[in-house]
Design a protein around this ligand. Structure first.
Ligand code: FES
Length: 120
C-alpha cells in the first residue's frame, strides 16, 4: 500500500469506522425528492456528524451518492454494515437516524423501508 493510501486511511479513521451512511443527494439528478431538500439533507448530515464528533475518527463515515434506485419518498439512505434502508431522510429525520441508529445501533422502524441484512 502506498504512503498516500496509508495516510488517507488514517485520516479517514477507517480502523475506527463502525457504520457508513450513504445518502442519495445529487441535485442535478434527484428523482426521489426535491433537489433542494436533498442538498439540505446532505449538508445537515455532514454538519451534524461533525458537531457530534462522529465523523471519521468518531466512527461514522458518510457518502453522498447517486440514485439508490428507490426513487420515491426521498432522500433515501442506506446504513452499512447493517444493510438498513431509510426513506424521507429530511434533516429532522436524519437527526433521529443519527441518534438512534448510528450512535445506539437501534433501527428507526418508522422510516425503515428494507433491511437489516440477514446474518450469513
Ligand atoms: S433519485 Fe434518490 S433513490 Fe433514485
Amino acid at each position: 500500500m502506498s504512503a498516500q493510501t496509508t495516510l488517507a486511511v488514517e485520516k479517514l479513521g477507517l480502523a475506527q469506522t463502525r457504520r457508513h451512511i450513504f445518502l442519495c443527494a445529487r441535485p442535478a439528478k434527484q428523482k426521489c425528492c426535491d433537489a433542494e431538500l436533498a442538498a439540505e439533507s446532505w449538508e445537515h448530515l455532514k454538519k451534524r456528524l461533525q458537531q457530534l464528533g462522529l465523523s471519521e475518527l468518531g466512527g461514522v463515515q458518510r457518502s453522498k451518492v447517486d440514485c439508490l434506485r428507490i426513487c420515491a419518498e426521498g432522500p433515501i439512505a442506506v446504513v452499512y454494515p447493517d444493510g438498513v434502508w431509510y426513506r424521507n431522510c429530511t434533516p429532522e429525520n436524519l437527526d433521529r437516524i443519527i441518534a438512534q441508529h448510528l450512535v445506539e445501533g437501534r433501527i428507526v422502524e418508522e422510516l425503515r423501508i428494507a433491511g437489516p441484512l440477514s446474518p450469513t
